[in-house]
Design a binder for this molecule. Sequence first.
Ligand code: ZN
Length: 250
Amino acid sequence: MKLTPDIALVGGGRAGFDLTAPLDCNVYLIDGGDGELVLVDAGVGGVAGNTDLLLRSIAADGYDPGRIQRLLITHYHADHVGGAADLRDRLGCSVHGSPLTARTLAAGDEEQISLPAAKAAGYYPDDYRFRACPCAADLIEGEPLTVGRLTVTPFDTPGHADGHVSLLVEGGERTYLIQGDLVFHGGTILLQNTHDCSVQKYAASVAKLAGLEFDAFLPGHLTFSLDHGKRHIEAAHAIFSGLGIPRNLG
Ligand SMILES: [Zn+2]
């Protein structure tokens, strides 16, 4: 689903637009116009995923999957990163994350991503496995990437998960914030009973994003906003600033 000349939503499951496998997060494609395409997040992969369907979705939007040279990961939860190894096998792309995400993905560390707890809670099938994948540790706050005419700047945004980054995309027809699972439509959040969720880190990350200027709000699940997207971050920030906790999806 092409959203603008710069960005397409090419994947997402039942907590989204049902474009690809049911457990997939929203998968975005960045087109900087210089021939290279960049994918953000990989979907669930493995026995719960469908890489063929994701690649068909990309092609159906008019993009050649063979032009995807980089895959950027917002955070290490299985629905965002589980498909990384499959995509790397199929596309030969490089994979990039924060240092913690890179270490976790390279090790296939199921405890760090809370996969046993998530399986016990019924989020993933019993036979689902987290496949390790080489990942560059170069999504660093203050170190922007260039994708053709676009600049992609990572910001550290823990709270939902350690090592979580949000990506500010500038230089296109508008400015975009691809922000993983930090804030969702209407300012809802996703705090879970996992070892690395933190209310205090959450509030600080939301405050950081509230200080950025952007038009489009592109979350890891549920619907997006192409304009006036800051209102979702500001709604959560207002509640955290009053010492409250925004409405939780979990
Ligand atoms: Zn998550």
